[in-house]
Ligand binder design. Structure first.
Ligand code: ZN
Length: 353
C-alpha cells in the first residue's frame, strides 16, 4: 500500500468512528426528546434495573457486541437499535466525506443525515415527525444558499413548491401525514430539484416497507378484524334502534395508545335508519373495541373501517398505521449525495439533454 492509500484509509476509519460517537448521542436525543427529558443532564442507565452504565460499556457498537446485547448488571436485553443507529450514523458520515471531502457541503450533509436519522426513529416510535427537525432542515436550507452558490436562489423555492403539492394530495388520500408533507417541503427548499428523485425513491421505499409491514402483521390484523366484526354485530343488535341500511364505510375509527376512538364527524347520517347512534352508544362501542385490542403494542397506531348492510356486518378492515419518515429519509439521503447524477442520468435516458 502506498502512503496516500494508508492515509485515506485511516481518515475514513476516523470519520466513521466520529460518526458512531455522534450516533450514540443521537440515541439519547431519540429516546429523551419525545419524553421532554433533558438531553444533556443525567447519565445513561439501564432501562430494566436502573443501574448506571459504566463508561467502558458506552463505546459505540463494540460495547453492545461485547456484552452480547445484554445489560452487564441484570442481563436484560438491550435493543439492537442503539447499535444500528450508531453504525448508520458512522456510515452516513463516511458517505458524506467520500462524496464532498472535507468541505462546508460535507458539514451540511452530515447535519442533514443526523436530523434524518433522529426524525426517522422518532417517527417509528411515535408516528410523528418532530417539528423541530423539520424547522432545522429549513434552516439548513438557508445555509445551502452559501455552501452551494451554484444553485440559483429561486431553485430553493421551486423545490419546496414542486414537492408540497403532490405530497399534500397524498396526505389527503390517507397514508402520508401532515408531518411528511412539511418534511418534504423543507427538504425541497434545501435540495432544489434534487427533491424530485428523493421523492420518487422515498415513495418506492415506502410502498415496499408497507407491503412488508402488512405481510408481517396480516395474520394478527385479520383476527382482530374478525373480533371487531363480532363485537360490532352484537352492538348493532343491543337495542333494535341502530338499524343500518347500506353504506360503504359505516364506521371509521382509530386506535391510539390502546384506546379506540370512532370518528363521529364523518358519520353518514343517512346510513342509520333511526338517526345516528347516541354518544353513549358510541362510548360503549369504543370501550368494547379498546378491550379487543388490549394486546397490540401501545406505541403503534391503528385504523379500522367497518362496512355494514341491512344490520349485518359486511367487512372489517383493521391495519397498523405506517411511519413514512424512514422511507422518505432513504430517498432524501441518496438524493442529497447523488441527486444531480440521478437527474442527469434520467435526462440523458429520455434524450432531453
Ligand atoms: Zn440492567
Amino acid at each position: 500500500m502506498t502512503g496516500i492509500l494508508w492515509y485515506d484509509t485511516v481518515v475514513c476509519i476516523l470519520v466513521f468512528i466520529f460518526g458512531a460517537v455522534i450516533g450514540s448521542f443521537l440515541n439519547v436525543v431519540i429516546y429523551r426528546t419525545p419524553l421532554k427529558m433533558s438531553i444533556i443532564s443525567g447519565p445513561s442507565h439501564c432501562f430494566s434495573c436502573g443501574e448506571k452504565i459504566k463508561p467502558c460499556d458506552l463505546v459505540p457498537i463494540f460495547s453492545w457486541i461485547f456484552l452480547g446485547g445484554k445489560c452487564r448488571n441484570c442481563k436484560a436485553p438491550i435493543s439492537a437499535r442503539y447499535t444500528i443507529v450508531e453504525a448508520l450514523t458512522g456510515f452516513s458520515f463516511l458517505a458524506a466525506y467520500l462524496r464532498f471531502h472535507a468541505s462546508l457541503p460535507m458539514v451540511v450533509a452530515i447535519v442533514f443525515f443526523c436530523l434524518l436519522i433522529v426524525l426517522s426513529c422518532i417517527d417509528l416510535d411515535t408516528l410523528e415527525i418532530p417539528y423541530w427537525c423539520t424547522i432545522s432542515i429549513a434552516v439548513l436550507g438557508i445555509a445551502t444558499f452559501f455552501t452551494e452558490p451554484n444553485m440559483p436562489w429561486w431553485e430553493h423555492f421551486a423545490g419546496a413548491a414542486v414537492i408540497a403539492v403532490p405530497f399534500a394530495v397524498l396526505a389527503l388520500f390517507g397514508g402520508m401525514g401532515g408531518g411528511d408533507v412539511q418534511l418534504m417541503a423543507a427538504c425541497g427548499f434545501m435540495l432544489g430539484w434534487k427533491i424530485v428523485p428523493a421523492a420518487v425513491i422515498g415513495v418506492i421505499c415506502g410502498a415496499i416497507y408497507g407491503i412488508f409491514q402488512t405481510a408481517i402483521t396480516s395474520k394478527r390484523d385479520k383476527s382482530i378484524s374478525a373480533s371487531i366484526s363480532v363485537v360490532f354485530g352484537d352492538w348493532l343488535k343491543t337495542d333494535g334502534e341502530k338499524m343500518v341500511e347500506s353504506s360503504s364505510d359505516i364506521v371509521v375509527g382509530e386506535i391510539e395508545k390502546g384506546v379506540c376512538k370512532v370518528n363521529t364527524e364523518i358519520f353518514d347520517e343517512k346510513a342509520w335508519i333511526n338517526g345516528k347512534p347516541s354518544d353513549e352508544q358510541i362510548n360503549e362501542l369504543n370501550e368494547s373495541i379498546s378491550k379487543l385490542v388490549g394486546d397490540v403494542p401501545k406505541n403503534k397506531e391503528f385504523v379500522f373501517r367497518i362496512t355494514a348492510e341491512n344490520n349485518t356486518v359486511k367487512k372489517v378492515k383493521f391495519r397498523q398505521r405506517i411511519a413514512f419518515g424512514p422511507s422518505l429519509s432513504v430517498g432524501l439521503a441518496i438524493s442529497a449525495l447523488h441527486g444531480e447524477m440521478i437527474i442527469k442520468w434520467y435526462l440523458d435516458l429520455m434524450g432531453i439533454r
